[in-house]
Design a protein around this ligand. Structure first.
Ligand SMILES: Nc1ncnc2c1ncn2[C@@H]1O[C@H](COP(=O)(O)OP(=O)(O)OP(=O)(O)O)[C@@H](O)[C@H]1O
Ligand SMILES: [Mg+2]
Length: 346
């Protein structure tokens, strides 16, 4: 009985990319399959700096192939590319033409203020004179459209590209612009992956210095799909100071590390509260957590953002605080983060 290519691909689908739930076939790592009677040669290509990744994949893939009936020998060869320029290209991720730097804002844990940080950072970067886009990649709970107070629907070009909305000098795109309130619930698994990829590739950003991606919380398949689709210059991880958030921040850092995306640093959000009545500082979630974690991960602590009523209010009524009141303490923090970012990613 002769072996078919479909059988081989099927067998390889049981091999997961180390550390993730996605398999190497759906990742697009298979370059060629060569069948010579019962002798199989499979060529893979991947970009990584971690020697354990190809070694593990090779072992697992060869055992999976040997388990197919009718196979005499199975050889898996892997082409390893170092990520270009040391910057994280992810696994097979492509650059978006016209965009200098794509920066992901991520967190392991939900509700720590990713969208708030992404929105204010984008505004602050724009205020330094850069051309900036902001993309809300949270398919289940898009919030940038709310934070920028717009429900305007984006237009499509004749080539079926989506044109971002312009607001406060930024180009904005959100899955929330495209989905009806009810529709995310029906998107599951592979559909989410496909939708996310399509979405990222279809937006006509034009020329940008920075595109800030507001990622959904967690370190699962959606986040992985995003870092695999778009070549990132780096990731910023948002955390709050308490241990439960720090543990998840660590997971997020590990995820980016695995796909060779440099972690640009941590932003500690809700770091403390300055009481407006007596000016006293309250460390509601404890103090020093972000600093300790940044040291442990050997990345910079980019900033500490206090819990601030005006920041929450501004976000809720559709103007990020950095745009509403440039002199507010929180706006100044974001200005500093933006200026440092411009220096490290010119
Ligand atoms: N520094 C802050 N001071 C006061 N309120 C804040 C601050 N940061 C965030 N918030 C508020 O906390 C809530 C959650 O923030 P946000 O939506 O940015 O979190 P998120 O991490 O993006 O959440 P999700 O995981 O659901 O995407 C919002 O109401 C926001 O206005
Ligand atoms: Mg969010």
């Amino acid at each position: 009985m002769s072996v078919s290519e479909a059988q081989i691909r099927d067998a390889l689908k049981s091999v997961k990319y180390p550390g993730f739930t996605r398999d190497i076939v759906s990742f697009g790592l298979i370059k060629s399959v060569n069948i010579d009677n019962g002798d199989i040669k499979v060529q893979l290509a991947l970009s990584t700096n971690d020697p354990n990744v190809p070694a593990t994949i090779k072992n697992e893939a060869e055992s999976a192939l040997r388990a197919i009936e009718g196979i005499r020998s199975a050889k898996v060869l892997i082409d390893i590319h170092a990520p270009p320029g040391g910057a994280g290209a992810g696994i097979g991720a492509t650059r978006i033409p016209g965009i200098k730097h794509v920066i992901a804002v991520a967190s392991g844990k939900g509700g720590v203020g990713k969208s708030t940080v992404a929105a204010n950072l984008a505004v602050a970067l724009e205020q330094t004179g850069a051309r900036v886009g902001l993309c809300d990649c949270d398919i289940y709970g898009p919030s940038i459209s709310l934070m920028f107070g717009t429900r305007e629907r984006p237009m499509a070009t004749e080539e079926n590209k989506i044109v971002p909305i312009e607001q406060y000098g930024l180009r904005l795109m959100s899955m929330g612009f495209l989905l009806d309130d009810a529709s995310p619930a029906i998107l599951r698994g592979p559909m989410v992956t496909r939708y996310t990829q399509q979405f990222l590739q279809q937006v006509e950003w034009g020329e940008l210095d920075y595109l800030v991606l507001d990622l959904p919380p967690g370190t699962g398949d959606i986040q992985l799909t995003i870092v695999q689709t778009v070549a990132l210059s780096g990731a910023i991880i948002v955390t709050t100071p308490q241990e439960v958030a720090l543990i998840d921040a660590r997971k997020a850092a590990t995820m980016f590390d695995k796909v060779n995306v440099p972690v640009l640093g941590l932003v500690e959000n809700m770091s403390y509260f300055l009481s407006p009545s007596d000016g006293k500082r309250y460390d509601i979630f404890g103090s020093g957590g972000g600093e300790r974690e940044a040291k442990r991960l050997r990345v910079p602590l980019l900033g500490q953002i206090p819990i601030d009523i005006a920041t929450r209010e501004a976000g809720d009524h559709g103007v990020p605080i950095a745009g509403e009141d440039r002199q507010s303490p929180v706006s100044r923090k974001f200005k500093k983060i933006a200026e440092n970012l411009r220096k490290s990613l010119p």
